[in-house]
Design a protein around this ligand. Structure first.
Ligand code: CP3
Length: 334
């Protein structure tokens, strides 16, 4: 934990700020480049552009960390499952085939991800020394949901498939764990300082299956990171009061709370970790006064503790960048 504290906080009195999806559609300079690059995966694999986009929010706002511009679905892509992003609909993956999945090998996986590592190297060179560079992976559960097409709609999963495929999921999880650890190791080797594990759909798992589908796979990755002295932040979005069990069992260096978690509850129940995030991204669509009041709520709750200011989920495309600027200035002065 102390390692993460030093890296993310830059010894700034236990304070640090960055935002999930800080590089993205709410920035006009992002939209300009994006409009010239319609294929999202190819866009992510353009190292020069990826690095440039990673640095856009750093240039605009006084943020403490950059997060590399890529996507969690770059891993299924690198495992030879075609990934497309359909406008206004989201990602669409080619039908999953376990034989093809198991045919993958480490060398071709790394080769396909090499542009991400190049982007990290370029970014590290151009990022001020005192700022940290965050890289990330999707947790096995969240990747699985996309890979096997288990999602019915925004907030529902076809859990029957999951129950039927117990053995197959175990095989997929084992392989995914290996590949995710390889991707983590290479991102760190390229110059990233911290890893964040996004388990965006953890909240869709029935509580009696959390252990098998969320805790264990996150634990394995966190153990790998600890063994290799890699600071790691987990984000098991949507698991409500189970955040406490998650934190006690997995013991990550940092944990990102979502906006359904009360900051005072988090302070009482999430011990021996750096807490990050929480603010509902929709708050940024409100007036300055409402923004400041809500930011204050988090800063007051975590006063004196190592707390990384961030959101409870990614920045919304309709966010006005000026509001972000105001928030950061308010945060610095508070
Ligand atoms: O700035 C950053 O946070 C770094 C880059 C980043 C992206 N995706 C870029 C992106 C990160 C960390 C992610 C993670 C990611 N990707 C997650 C986990 C976090 C979360 O949001 O829950 C998930 C589930 C994905 C999968 C994904 N990628 C979806 C569902 C979508 C479409 C929906 C959407 O938000 O547009 C994407 C596309 C995507 N990834 C965009 C960006 C900037 C938007 C691309 C565009 O259309 O211009």
């Amino acid at each position: 934990m102390s390692n993460l504290k030093e890296i993310l906080m830059n010894k700034k009195n236990c304070k640090s700020v960055w935002f999930m999806r800080q590089a993205g559609r709410y920035l006009p300079e992002f939209r300009k480049i994006r409009s010239q690059n319609p294929n999202f995966i190819n866009f992510c694999l353009n190292s020069k552009l990826s690095s440039e986009i990673t640095l856009q929010p750093i240039k605009r706002f006084d943020l403490d960390s950059a997060i590399i511009f890529s996507d969690i679905l770059i891993v299924p892509y690198a495992l030879n499952q075609n990934v497309e992003f359909i406008k206004d609909k989201g990602p669409k993956l080619e039908k999953f085939n376990i034989e093809n999945f198991l045919k993958n090998d480490e060398n071709s996986f790394i080769k396909r991800l090499n542009p991400v590592y190049e982007a990290i190297k370029m970014t590290r060179k151009n990022l001020q020394k005192e700022k940290s560079l965050i890289s990330f992976v999707g947790a096995p559960w969240t990747l699985l949901v996309y890979m096997i097409g288990a999602k019915l709609n925004k907030n529902e999963i076809n859990f029957e498939i999951i129950k039927k495929k117990k053995k197959e999921i175990e095989i997929i999880y084992n392989k995914l764990n290996d590949y995710l650890c390889i991707h983590i190791k290479n991102q760190i080797k390229a110059g990233a300082d911290v890893i964040q594990i996004f388990d965006s759909w953890a909240g869709l798992i029935p509580p009696n299956e959390l252990d098998r589908l969320c805790y264990r796979p996150n634990f394995r990755i966190v153990e790998f990171c600890k063994k290799n002295k890699i600071p790691v932040i987990c984000f098991p979005r949507g698991i409500k009061e189970n955040y406490k069990d998650f934190n006690n069992l997995i013991k990550p260096d940092g944990i990102n709370i979502d906006y359904s978690i009360d900051p005072y509850w988090a302070k009482e129940n999430l011990k021996d970790t750096v807490i990050q995030g929480g603010l509902n991204p929709k708050i940024l669509l409100l007036s300055n006064k409402e923004i400041y009041n809500n930011v204050k709520k988090y800063l007051d709750a975590f006063k004196g503790l190592p707390y990384v200011f961030n959101l409870g989920h990614g920045m919304l495309p309709e966010t006005n960048p000026e509001k972000v600027d105001k928030l950061v200035k308010f945060y610095r002065e508070y």
